[in-house]
Design a protein around this ligand. Structure first.
Ligand SMILES: Cc1cc2nc3c(=O)[nH]c(=O)nc-3n(C[C@H](O)[C@H](O)[C@H](O)COP(=O)(O)O)c2cc1C
Length: 171
């Protein structure tokens, strides 16, 4: 699939078939995720694969009861690693590692779509509770939960006319 085709056709899918996703596929998608740009190539990001049913239920609760989080066969929690980004000081901690993770997520979403899989980026969750459930060390911050599975719905989302968002040579 062409990259542009994946960009145009990917959508957030919140309904999944019961079929699970093979671990080797998830690992391969994370290989592509980690090829995303990274500040100083420090790769200040970690990926936690969750396929345990009980743990998924607890994470869904921590995500303010978004039920599709529980129903997705696999979750991947994308985390920023504050220790790995430490050489870049405050800017590294407050900005670069977040951008590192976001770039990796977008690669993951597109690679998953190319693989015939569906995803949704979930940002609304109790960060402390997810950290606790996953036993994260204090220097690791969970930034997003990505649901992954074989999609069972078709959705459409629109965008603003990009011309309204483009500025030339300043605001
Ligand atoms: C930072 C971020 C946080 C998001 N959090 C949630 C969320 O908690 N729950 C949810 O259902 N979708 C969430 N989404 C998905 C957006 O709702 C979705 O991307 C948007 O509506 C555009 O739809 P599309 O992805 O199908 O193009 C989030 C997306 C981003 C980028």
């Amino acid at each position: 699939m062409e990259v542009k085709e994946a960009i145009e056709k990917r959508r957030s899918i919140r309904k999944y078939k019961s079929k699970g996703v093979e671990l080797s596929i998830v690992e391969r998608l994370l290989y592509y995720a980690n090829l995303a740009p990274s500040a100083g190539n420090l790769q200040a990001r970690d990926f936690i694969i969750v396929d345990d049913e009980e743990l998924k239920k607890k994470i869904a609760r921590a995500a303010y009861n978004q039920e599709f989080v529980r129903d997705a066969p696999t979750l991947v929690v994308f985390c920023a690693n504050l220790r790995r980004i430490a050489p870049y000081g405050e800017r590294g901690k407050n900005l670069y590692c977040i951008q590192d993770v976001a770039a990796a997520i977008q690669n993951f979403l597109l690679a998953a779509f190319d693989e015939g899989l569906a995803t949704c980026w979930v940002g609304a969750f109790d960060e402390n509770e997810v950290s606790r459930l996953l036993g994260l060390p204090s220097e690791v911050r969970p930034l997003a939960i990505i649901t992954l599975g074989y999609g069972d719905e078709e959705v459409y989302s629109d965008r603003m006319d990009v011309k309204k968002l483009i500025h030339y040579n300043g605001w």
